[in-house]
Design a binder for this molecule. Structure first.
Ligand code: FES
Ligand code: FE
Length: 446
């Protein structure tokens, strides 16, 4: 069955002829649409679960909600990472109520059924109550299809999902490479997550997380502070937005003074300079000057459809944004860092992460407040559409354009309308502006 709306009454109004792009605000407020998103998007896509470094050794596990479902990502005693339904096969209780830990087995608290960390049912108390038709082998934990790319673990609840994870990630793999290549020793999630939320639709936060248009306007206090210290505003730094296919998108721009280098960077401080230079030289040798420059010096915000953001700026934030009905969302934030980072730089990174991107930082409270404001504003149904057409008139959109949001919405629309989501390779821009690596797809795929 199609969406319950008349033909000619689309949610996403994409008009390339007039270079306009509008989204009907019911997409943020309508409960029926929110329910359909769960089945048409979250039950079908590949969804981010966590990072392999969060389960470093045999028996390590994390329990979290993904796409509205409680799951456990566990590394078995055999070293294999699996994702299970966090639901006892007896009568449904969560078999794991701790957010993280290490265990040889999971014991359900209700009747003590016990499952190995590889998912088999290994123990049932008082077994004499079952007949010959009851076989433990039939009651192992339900295992979800999962896979990882460069350490990022995803799951899909759709047995018919036709794409491998790598196919699904499309052009986003290039950016995951740039993020993971920041350390020869590998990247790791810093222990501890920040769990927060907002009284707003989840898509408002996805748009916000990749929107640089708002930066100077909304974060005036931070911008004023940084500029007083010599930082250059994003627009004057250049850079570009890119559609990466299948709803994924990125912004890429040269760093502010706040972050001269990605992973070994102090916000300020000449005492770090020799180490920065040494690392930069090592990377140039390994990757060549151009790629090393891009890995180490560029800021990027990566949107992976539907609900993952990786903001690689003054620290690397992994932000998972989950719907909780039309008007609420849950946000999980963790920081990613090189495993071999020097302790003093790690401290600096954590401070950047907490003081800028954290829920009590310089920027995120502004963003939470404004998406809640949008949600309230959208409840006045007289104004029907939001506009996301900025930059459609350009061959290569700037970072302050709304290309990433349009890429997100086009995929949202395809999936909500029941089309598996055509994948068109974003075509290459005619002119390649300075600072953009050759082969960069700049313009929009429709
Ligand atoms: Fe888990 Fe009964 S519900 S043992
Ligand atoms: Fe912001």
């Amino acid at each position: 069955t199609g969406l319950q709306r008349p033909a000619g009454d689309p949610i996403v109004v994409d008009d390339p002829g007039r270079l306009t792009f509008r989204v009907d605000r019911r997409a943020y407020t309508d409960d029926d649409l929110a329910a359909q998103e769960m089945t048409r998007i979250f039950d079908r896509c590949w969804l981010y679960v966590g990072h392999e470094s969060e389960v470093p050794g045999p028996g390590c596990y994390v329990a979290r909600d993904v796409g509205g479902r409680p799951v456990v990502m566990a590394r078995g005693s055999d070293g294999v990472i699996r994702v299970f339904a966090n639901s006892c096969t007896h009568r449904g209780a969560l078999i794991c109520s701790q957010p993280a830990g290490q265990a040889r087995s999971f014991r359900c608290p209700y009747h003590d059924w016990t499952f190995s960390n590889q998912g088999e049912l290994v123990g049932v108390p008082i077994p004499d109550g079952y007949g010959p038709g009851f076989r433990k082998a039939d009651f192992g934990l339900a295992r979800h299809r999962s896979d990882s790319y460069r350490g990022f673990v995803f799951v899909t609840f759709d047995p018919q999902q036709p794409r491998t994870l790598t196919e699904y990630l499309a052009g986003a793999t290039e950016y995951l490479d740039l993020i993971d290549d920041q350390s020869e020793a590998g990247m790791e999630v810093i222990r501890g997550a920040q769990l927060h939320g907002a009284r707003a639709n989840w898509k408002l936060m996805m748009e916000n997380s990749v929107d640089i248009y708002h930066f100077r306007a909304l974060h005036k206090r931070y911008v004023g502070y940084m500029e007083s210290l010599g930082s250059v505003p994003p627009r004057r730094r250049g850079g570009f937005g890119r559609a990466l296919g299948l709803g994924h998108a990125a912004n890429e721009l040269p760093p502010a003074a706040a972050r001269p280098l990605a992973h070994w960077t102090p916000m300020f401080g000449a005492e770090f300079r020799p180490r920065i230079e040494a690392t930069a030289a090592r990377f140039a040798e390994r990757f060549g000057a151009e790629r090393a420059e891009r890995i180490t010096r560029t800021n990027r915000a990566l949107l992976i459809f539907p609900n993952l953001m990786i903001i690689d700026a003054i620290a690397i934030t992994i932000r998972k944004i989950d719907p909780a009905g039309a008007g609420r969302m849950a946000i999980t934030s963790v920081a990613l860092a090189p495993k071999d980072e020097d302790p003093d730089i790690r401290e600096l990174r954590k401070s950047h992460y907490l003081t800028f991107l954290g829920p009590a930082g310089f920027a995120t409270p502004d963003d939470i407040e404004i998406v809640e404001s949008c949600q309230r504003g959208c409840l006045n149904r007289t104004v029907r559409y939001s506009d996301l057409s900025r930059g459609m008139n350009k061959e290569v959109p700037e970072t302050t354009d709304e290309l990433p949001a349009r890429e997100f919405w086009r995929q949202w629309d395809r999936l909500m309308q029941g089309d598996g989501g055509r994948f068109e390779v974003p075509h290459r821009a005619a002119g390649t502006p300075a600072g953009i690596p050759a082969g960069t797809p700049g313009a929009e795929a429709r």
